[in-house]
Design a protein around this ligand. Sequence first.
Ligand SMILES: [Mg+2]
Length: 308
Amino acid sequence: MNELRKYILLYNPISGGGKGKKRVAKVISCFSKYGIKIDTYESKEKGDFLIKAGEFASLYDYIITIGGDGTINEVITGIMGQSKRPVVAVLRGGTANDIAGMLKIPNSIKKAVHLIVNSKPCYTDINKINDRYFAYVAGTGIFTKLTYEISRKTLKNFGYLAYIFEAAKDLFNDFISNKYNFTTVVEYDSGVISGKFMLILILSSRKVGGLNLEKFSKSKLNDGLLDMRLFSSVKFGKIFRLFKFVITSGRKNIPDYHITSSKFKVSVAEDISWNVDGEFANKGTVDIEVIKEAIPFIVSDKSRKKYY
Ligand SMILES: [Mg+2]
């Protein structure tokens, strides 16, 4: 029956420094071994998939993407606007691959295609922040601008050093002005929390920026819930608190808050910017909600056991 399904591969030719594009021929040949002819579409510019993925949603049963988290975010957003939503499969191919990592898709194209053709998809929650969709992370505060403030050129020339340099700059500015100390009120399913925070991190799984945060939550990708950690602000020692968070795999520190909810209203000042799935999303007060089991995804057995 597989050959009756219609598949299309959407890829971003510049993702991961062209890594995605190199994998396209391999994907086509792996599908042909199953007697499947797969169509392809190359994105023309940033934002292209926002429209195209929506158009393809009604024409195809499967949308396969190669690209990083930013590319996948565009595809998901395009599909969410449609009533008929195809199965989505994510192949690694960008600089940031948290989403593919969360779904534990094999890096080998051959194995990944085997999984796409033979496994049953898992209906997965998609999240909304004001009028934008996101797959796995939203945040504001210290270091959250790094993923989109570094230019592609700097990233290409300096790689991870660029992140370290920008992080140091962010910390230094904070040291001078204590800017990551923002007054916040969060209304959620079972109450209200208010305080001054340096970082707010909302995750649907336990992975961000390539870090494994096993102690962050017990969340599932289809439970209709998101987890939010509010990091209380301190004048000095922010970096130590964050370091502790990372080395303890996301465990909650005493002065911080952790809440699990299907909806949040986060009231902050107008100049506070939000990063979702690694991209700038919006500023100021936001409404966040989970749309339960919105899109069927291809996931590995390991991810199915852990996250569903
Ligand atoms: Mg969840």
